[in-house]
Design a protein around this ligand. Sequence first.
Ligand SMILES: Nc1ncnc2c1ncn2[C@@H]1O[C@H](COP(=O)(O)OP(=O)(O)OP(=O)(O)O)[C@@H](O)[C@H]1O
Ligand SMILES: O=C(O)[C@@H](O)C(=O)CO
Length: 410
Amino acid sequence: MKLGVIADDFTGASDIALMLSEGGMPTAQFVGVPKDPAPASIEAGVVGLKTRTIAVQDAVTQSLKACDWLIEQGCTQIVFKVCSTFDSTDEGNIGPVAEALADRLGETSVLVCPAFPENGRSVYQGHLFVRDELLSESGMQDHPLTPMSDPDIRRVLQRQTTWPVCHVPVSGVWAGPAAINLAASASGKAMIIVDAIRNEDLLTLGRAAGTRRLLIGGSGIALGLPQNFGHAPAASTWTGVPGKAVVFSGSCSRATRGQVEAFRNRAPSRELTADDVVAEKLSLQEIVEWTLRQETTPLIYSSADPEVVAAAQQKYGRERSADAIESLFANLAAALSQAGVNRIVVAGGETSGAVVSGLQADILEIGPKIAPGVPALKVADRPLALALKSGNFGGPDFFSEALAILEGAE
Ligand SMILES: Nc1ncnc2c1ncn2[C@@H]1O[C@H](COP(=O)(O)OP(=O)(O)OP(=O)(O)O)[C@@H](O)[C@H]1O
Ligand SMILES: O=C(O)[C@@H](O)C(=O)CO
C-alpha cells in the first residue's frame, strides 16, 4: 500500500474511501486495525475506527496502532480523516490524535482542512460553513454527541492541542501549492488550518501535500491525492447484491430526519424509542420476525428531534442512551444478516460503527457513489452489501436510492 487513512468513524471511512476509489486508486476499507497484511492489490487502505467520541487516551492508542499497521504495509503518507463538520468535543480527540500521529511520523507542520465543497462544507477565514450557514447555526449545535457551537475551527483545534494553530487564508491557497508550503514552513511547529471553498482549492492542497507524511481533513483533502500516486479517475465495476434488505437509522441529524420522514411515508417502519431501548422492553427476536415479515423493505429507526434526544439524555445520560441504542442496532444487524438479509442501509456514523461490528465484517470493497460521500460497499467475504451514510449526507430519497444501487441499479 502507498497511502493510508485513519478514519475516526465508519461513515467517514467510506466517505474518503469513495474519494480515493473515484480518483482511480485501488482502495479498501478495513474495519478496525487488521491482524493480517493488506491484500497486495490495494494501494490505498482506509482503517475505520470508532474513536470520535471515546476517551482521549483510547483514541490516541487505537490511532497509533492503525498508523503502525499502515506503515508496515508500506504507506508513505497518512491521512487522519475527521468529520467535514470537525465533530469533536472540547476535550476531544482531533488535537491529541493529530499530535500523537505527527510525533510518530516525525512531522512538525501539519495541514488541516475539513472542507468538502460537494457536500456544502467550506472553510473561509478559518470558519467552517455548512452551505450558507456557519457550523454553529447549521443544526450541528444540537448534535447528540458532539455539539459544535464554535464555527472558528482554529479556536476549536487550539482548545485541543498544545501545538500552535496557524492559518493559510484562501488568498494563500490561490497563490498555489508552493505558497501554501512556504506559509506553513514560516509558521514553524504548527497545525495549519487551510481555507478551501472550491474543489480547485482542494486540488491545490493535494499538490501541496506532495511528500508530507501526515494530513488531517475531511474526505475533500483526498481529492488531489490519487494523482500524486499516478492515478486518474476511474469508473466502478460494481455488481449488486439482490435479496432482502433493511434500513437502520440511528442518526438524529437534520438530513437524516428528513430522509426518515420521506421513507416512512412509503415503507413499513418501526420506531425504537430511547425509553424502550434503555429499559430493555424490546424483544430482539420479535423485531427480527417483524422485519422478515415485511413485503417491502422496512425502516427501523431511533432518529428523533433534538428536544426528544435531549430529554432522553437528561434522563439516562448521553452515553447510556447512545450505547443502548447502538448495541440494539448491532444485535439486529447480526441477527438479520444470519437470517438472510443481504442489503443493509445505515444512517449515522456511530450507528454504522455499531452495525459493522455486529456484522463482524473485516474488509469492505468500495462500489459506486450513491450520494456525495456515500459509496455502495460490499463485505469482502460474503454476499452482503452495505451503505453507511453520514448523518447530514444524502438527499431526501437517499434510502430508496441506496437500496436500488446496492441491488445493482445503474
Ligand atoms: N432517540 C435517541 N435518543 C438518544 N440518543 C439517540 C437517539 N437515537 C440515536 N441516538 C444516538 O445518537 C447518536 C447518533 O450518532 P450517529 O453518529 O449514529 O449519527 P450522526 O451523528 O447523525 O452521524 P454522523 O456522525 O455520520 O454525522 C448515536 O450514538 C445514537 O445511538
Ligand atoms: O466528513 C464527513 O462529514 C463524514 O464523512 C463524517 O465523518 C460524518 O460522520
